[in-house]
Write a protein that binds this ligand. Sequence first.
Ligand SMILES: *Cc1c(COP(=O)(O)O)cnc(C)c1O
Length: 425
Amino acid sequence: MSPNNDEWFDRALSVIPGGVDSPVRSFASVGGRPFTVASGSGSTLTDVEGNTYLDYVQSYGASLLGHADSRVVAAVTRAALNGSTFGAPTPGEVLLAERLCELVAGMEQVRFVSSGTEAVMSALRVARGATGRDRILKFDGCYHGHADSVLVAGGSGVAQLGLPGSAGVPNGAVADTIVAPYNVVPTLDETFAAVIVEPVAANMNLVAPAPGFLEGLRAECDRVGALLIFDEVITGFRLHLGGAEAVTGVTPDLWTFGKVIGGGLPIGAFGGRRSVLACLAPNGPVYQAGTLSGNPLATAAGLKVLSVVDQPALDGLIVRVQQFGQSLEAALRSGGLGATVLSAGPLLGLYVGETNPVAPTNYAEAKAICGGPMYAKLFHALLERGVALAPGAYEVLFPSFAHSDEDFARTLEVATEAARFVVNQ
Ligand SMILES: *Cc1c(COP(=O)(O)O)cnc(C)c1O
């Protein structure tokens, strides 16, 4: 007999730290042990025991079309038959770069890397190289990957000097990282190379930018000559095919992308105006490189996603998902649970508590809700009923194009039942 979930996880625990290759996959914050996925198809996952779950994680947003989309599978298969990496230019990276630059107004060039983390590292290096300055400002509760300089604990209150948010990050690596609360425009000076921000924060659950916040960042960066970086690793080609700029009207100097643009394969990208990226090697003094950068399989998958999804289709998904979000809130409340479901494009932010949570505006407010015990209970009640959310209260839901109206309807039925169960526990 093939190993069951427990056996796989025991084996994982012995050879992989914590049994997982990324801590968000562990069930540390909700309790219990993760299931091991055997396969995914569209909106669903199947574990090694044959249990099927309706999946709202979708690899934390990497699968906009759903799992194993036949068009993406065909594109990747074709690419693989031609060889998967060469260490030389390929048409796929050119085509994907052209597509991204055509979609995102103001972005003239883009370079590919293999993850969102690398995209952010590279964009920060470009910003520092281009300005000749060292300091960067990030916002409390925004996640920008696990590079040393952005892995800083958020301080509440006014902007403050960052301290390492992780053991193993030397003080020196974050000495030039300043942390400020989201939704308050900080005062900068001429020592700042860049401000990096998630234009809609989607890693402290969902927190929308307040009116004027992004506009204020743009003006403050311009005032002191710092570069504004939109980290669109989640929001890119999801809020809108033109990126956050198309919905907020604010144009950054540098963009970082990941997740959606790889169609489920490892990729990241950073882009900007030609004049800003002119500092990159081989043209300029800022070094940045990667053996697998612009990987033919990843660019083929990403190109396929960004050729089958057009704006009307994305708008259609957004309408369906936002209606579903409202219904989900109502379904959970009708089961007796305090619930508020926020949306931004096709992203949903699920907040639960004893009473209906008020939409947070920053990390401190998000923590006050998400730090409670209710999410873990609801998570398990839903999972037992075949609906998989992320095993952590700070993650958003990522409904995909593969989620059908029947999937949403089933989720609503299950949600009321699960809420009732949790409340009566
Ligand atoms: C996921 C994420 C990253 C990191 O991307 P990886 O591919 O996991 O390295 C960076 N920024 C944001 C906003 C993200 O959501």
